[in-house]
Ligand binder design. Structure first.
Ligand code: SAH
Length: 343
């Protein structure tokens, strides 16, 4: 049976038209699904019984199963969900002074194999469907009773490697009769899939773009992120420039600080030289050490030296406060443990 949460507003309109029903039903159904959060089609009071019966025959009201939840002292909450086919995914809720942000997964596993990342240790099994992305938000709101105000598409997987589902998902969460999360409160992070950055520039919603940069020198970046061999910095910069020109929106550059790998003064200088004058800001992120590699978190001295150097050079830079370190909030760590236990 099809999951109704996989359907875009348009696709649901198509369904109703094929049943000789008014396409306006589609928006009504969206309200029931995403505003009233029904658990049974019979709850849809303004929908004719005959239509409900047909929908019950055609669609499933899918849900995710919570396998495990971990809570950290700073109230970051990490959820491990089981999908209908038994695969597991992670979702992390981060509580900020300005709101509650959900970090979502887009794939089961990841094929990009970044050297520092725990997610890449489990190869991609498949893309998540639209429903499986949206349901991460619905389930976390249901479990916690909290309203999610911000979304960061930065969990397991490469969102731009699941592009069509991602865009469909973004429309549903942004739509007023969907989850009504403001586009400016939504950020998508990519390892640097250049052709998709260019396509994303034409996406009509004002959602944000973050690039996992992590090095401003091809040699270092290719060691850390194999995608850089396919799309080196020159290509990446061209795509970022195109995105900025098209959207006039500031791009976030994520930069994890790995001790003596990408945190030397020369690295800061490279970063400045590459991005000076561009509409970007650098978000420095403490590296969460993972088992299976030798990378270490930058020392406080190296971290401060890097931050100060960028500031002095005049690049926009912020330091990301760390969340939930003791609950393995770094991408893929909880799922890694879960998968390892089973095998
Ligand atoms: N594939 C996408 C989104 C998932 S990764 C991307 O690459 O952007 C989300 C962010 O977490 C990326 O910036 C990634 O580089 C970073 N990350 C991965 N492992 C990490 C770790 N162990 N510590 C800190 N950040 C990590």
């Amino acid at each position: 049976m099809k999951s109704i949460y996989d359907f875009s507003l348009k696709e649901l309109e198509g369904y109703f038209l094929s049943k000789q029903e008014s396409p306006y039903r589609s928006a009504q159904i969206f309200e029931w699904l995403y505003r009233h959060r029904i658990t049974d089609f019979l709850e849809m009071k303004n929908i004719k019984k005959t239509v409900i019966e047909e929908m019950k025959a055609d669609f499933e009201l899918e849900s995710l199963t919570l396998v495990k939840e971990e809570v950290s002292v700073d109230s970051t909450r990490k959820f491990l969900f089981k999908l209908s086919d038994g695969n597991t995914i992670e979702t992390v809720l981060i509580q900020h002074p300005y709101g509650r942000s959900l970090c979502l997964s887009t794939q089961v596993g990841c094929n990009f194999g970044c050297a520092f990342c725990a997610s890449g240790q489990q190869k991609k099994v498949r893309n998540l469907r639209v429903a499986e992305m949206t349901l991460q938000v619905l389930e976390v709101e249901k479990i916690t009773g909290l309203k999610i105000s911000h979304l960061v598409v930065m969990g397991i997987g490469e969102p731009f490697d699941n592009f069509d589902n991602l865009l469909s998902f973004l429309k549903i969460v942004n739509y007023a009769k969907g989850l009504a999360i403001g586009a400016r409160h939504i950020s998508v992070s990519t390892a640097g899939l250049v052709p998709k950055i260019i396509e994303y520039a034409d996406f009509p919603l004002q959602t944000n773009l973050a690039i996992s940069l992590h090095a401003a020198n091809d040699e270092i970046r290719s060691k850390l992120m194999s995608i850089n061999r396919k799309y080196p910095l020159k290509e990446l910069i061209k795509a970022i420039d195109y995105y900025i020109e098209k959207t006039n929106r500031r791009v976030t550059l994520e930069y994890i600080l790995i001790n003596n790998i990408n945190d030397r003064p020369q690295d800061a200088l490279d970063l400045f030289n590459l991005f000076k004058g561009r509409l970007v800001y650098v978000n420095l992120i403490p590296y969460n050490e993972v088992e299976g590699n030798n990378y270490k978190r930058s020392t406080p001295e190296n971290t401060n030296r890097f931050f100060d150097k960028l500031k002095k050079l005049g690049l926009n830079v912020t330091m990301r406060r760390e969340h939930g370190q003791e609950i393995n909030a770094a991408c893929g760590q909880l799922r890694d443990k879960h998968v390892a236990k089973k095998t």
